[in-house]
Design a protein around this ligand. Structure first.
Ligand SMILES: Nc1nc2c(ncn2[C@@H]2O[C@H](COP(=O)(O)OP(=O)(O)O)[C@@H](O)[C@H]2O)c(=O)[nH]1
Ligand SMILES: *[C@@H]1O[C@H](CO)[C@@H](O)[C@H](O)[C@H]1NC(C)=O
Ligand SMILES: *[C@@H]1O[C@H](CO)[C@@H](O)[C@H](O)[C@H]1NC(C)=O
Ligand SMILES: *[C@@H]1O[C@H](CO)[C@@H](O)[C@H](O)[C@H]1NC(C)=O
Ligand SMILES: [Mg+2]
Length: 393
């Protein structure tokens, strides 16, 4: 029997829709979920996966160190106002891919819920390419600054013959960045100048980020507000040993400074982190400064200003290869009470080749951390976490 034309047409369209439905169900899970009949009926009776071994996360019990902020949840877990804070990244235009990766990571794990601003610093003008690639990544305000010439380049009063001999000696010892002048410029800038940059003057707090780093855990709190509320000044995630060949005379210089400025040294400081013998020798322990959350006003203050000038005039940033990590670490450990320095266990962080991953399962689960706890740097052979822990025992 012959079908009439309209009926044949309707059946054809129906067949087409049905095959489209099966195709989409098979290839697109959410589509399948939204339309499958079993999904409609199953919902209520499906047993949800629960892991009873892991208790629900309470950020307050994990991070609160005793200070009370009055009734209710403390301000670093609630309160939608931002702290007076910014991210800061020093980079070259050629670092763009690594910078994109780092910003993507901090946005995913923290900043997409906060929109803290970013400041990017460079001794050369930023390319349009860099600004375009970076500013696409976040709704947060971003500023791209250039570093004043004298805050970056080797000063004229440095004896270049002596500096070159220092570089050569270090190269012979096989030290990383031994022959690099630009690395020394970078270390001196990070030690004594970044916090004076005009783009940073309007902020109190900063979080330093480098290209090619990763943040492994979602943060259920605001570390800037935590710092402010708890009266912290300097925070780290990784503590490790410095190459002694890069800083042969740094500790003696620091000891000279302390002799001349005994009032600068804080009571109840963290000397025990830096030294095994009450300050006679430096044990090479320092905070890894590629990650820092800290108070810019500490670096801008009278004590640190005097300290940096004292170090700088020896030329050690160029005759040797003083890193901003030991310089910042010594200042924080000596000029602050140890209670103002904080270890952010919750912040899973990776700067190759080291990473910090929270070993506490509660924190690791709550942060949805992507890092391998077994590979955390914390108590590995190159770590100074023991030296940190012992000063609180
Ligand atoms: N603008 C600029 N940034 C630099 C230069 N050298 C290093 N940096 C930045 O300084 C930071 C530390 O440098 P990096 O090469 O990561 O040193 P490492 O972490 O000690 O291996 C990173 O944020 C780099 O992007 C430079 O010559 N110019
Ligand atoms: C599909 O539905 C189940 C529960 O019915 C849900 O757990 C799952 O997340 C859904 N998948 C997608 C991709 O939406
Ligand atoms: C919210 O946080 C800001 C900045 O830290 C602070 O000044 C303000 O007092 C806080 N407000 C409340 C209600 O906690
Ligand atoms: C933020 O901090 C800086 C440095 O301490 C200060 O000069 C500025 O007034 C502060 N801004 C606000 C809004 O509190
Ligand atoms: Mg680096």
């Amino acid at each position: 029997m012959a079908m009439n034309k309209p009926l044949r047409y309707v059946l054809f369209v129906l067949a087409l829709l049905l095959s489209l439905h099966f195709l989409l169900s098979a290839t697109h899970a959410p589509y399948g979920n939204a339309t499958s009949l079993s999904g409609l009926f199953k919902g209520a009776s499906t047993t949800k996966y629960t892991d009873t071994a892991v208790p629900p996360y309470d950020p307050i019990t994990v991070i609160n160190e005793g200070a009370s902020t009055g009734g209710g949840a403390p301000s670093w877990t609630t309160n939608s106002t931002r702290a007076n804070a910014t991210f800061v990244m020093l980079a070259r235009n050629s670092d763009v891919n690594g910078a994109v990766q780092s910003i993507r990571s901090i946005e995913d794990r923290f900043n997409r819920d906060h929109n803290y601003p970013y400041v990017f610093l460079n001794e050369e003008p930023w390319t349009d390419e860099f600004k375009k690639r970076i500013s696409a990544l976040s709704r947060a305000p971003m500023e791209f600054g250039v570093i004043p010439h004298d805050w970056w380049f080797q000063p004229d009063w440095i004896d270049e013959t002596r500096a070159a001999a220092g570089r050569k000696k270090m190269e012979d010892q096989g030290i990383i960045y031994a022959g690099s002048v630009s690395y020394r410029n970078m270390c001196r800038f990070n030690s004594g100048f970044f916090f004076k940059h005009e783009l940073l003057l309007k902020y109190r707090w900063y979080w330093r980020i480098e290209p090619d780093v990763k943040f492994h855990c979602t943060l259920p709190f605001d570390p800037f507000k935590y710092m402010a509320a708890q009266g912290k000044v300097y925070a780290f995630t990784i503590a490790l040993y410095e190459w002694s060949a890069t800083i042969p005379t740094l500790w003696d210089t620091v000891k000279d400074f302390m002799k001349e400025n005994p009032d600068a040294v804080a009571p109840d400081n963290a000397m025990g982190f830096l030294s095994e013998n009450g300050g006679q020798d430096f044990n090479m322990c320092h905070f890894w400064s590629n990650f820092e959350i800290a108070d810019l006003d500490f670096w801008r203050g009278e004590v640190y200003t005097k300290f940096f000038e004292f170090l700088d005039k020896t030329g050690g940033f160029y005759y040797e290869r003083w890193g901003d990590a030991p310089v910042h670490s010594m200042a924080a450990a000596l000029f602050l009470p140890k209670s103002k320095i904080h270890f952010f266990n919750e912040i899973g962080y990776e700067h190759p080749p080291n990473s910090h991953c929270p070993t506490d399962d509660t924190i690791w689960r709550a942060g949805m951390c992507s890092c391998d706890q077994g590979r955390t740097h914390d108590y590995g052979p190159y770590s100074c976490q023991h030296q940190w822990d012992r000063i609180f025992q």
